[in-house]
Design a binder for this molecule. Sequence first.
Ligand code: ZN
Length: 170
Amino acid sequence: MDIYTIGFEEQLKVLRRVAAPIKDINEDVIRIAENMVEAMVKGNGIGLAGPQVGLLQRIFTVKIADGDPLIFINPEIIATSPELSIYEEGCLSIPGQYADIERPAVLQIQAWNTRGRPFTLEASGLLSTVIQHELDHLNGVLFIDHLSERKRKKILGKFDVDPDRYPGVE
Ligand SMILES: [Zn+2]
């Protein structure tokens, strides 16, 4: 699986689209999830979403440190805390760029696993941030969209893309 980056116009267009729900959690989806985990680990990422590998489907994977890989299918955040936390974020689709982003510190998420079973999870700390970052990808949103216009354009400028052509989903 190749990881899409914002440096290629055709790939950026995919990264800016809204992914569709997965209707049937079948063998194909299980294989996709396995391949995504492999690509994420190989890329030294801690999260990877469908659109980042050209799949406009609502699936993302997360793996933090020595933890097991987590797979979220058709995820929805059902609650977020009023408390915020700040982490320096990066993205396999925006290589070499990092910025502090403020997001809710704790969240509850509901999703389906690769066995087709629904689950809910409460996440805090880095996991909360990663989940929100990955869920953003399913809606065509990149972490740079959370930055000021000036900082966002500075990062986009490094990739020779016109920020006004692909402003992201509001
Ligand atoms: Zn990302």
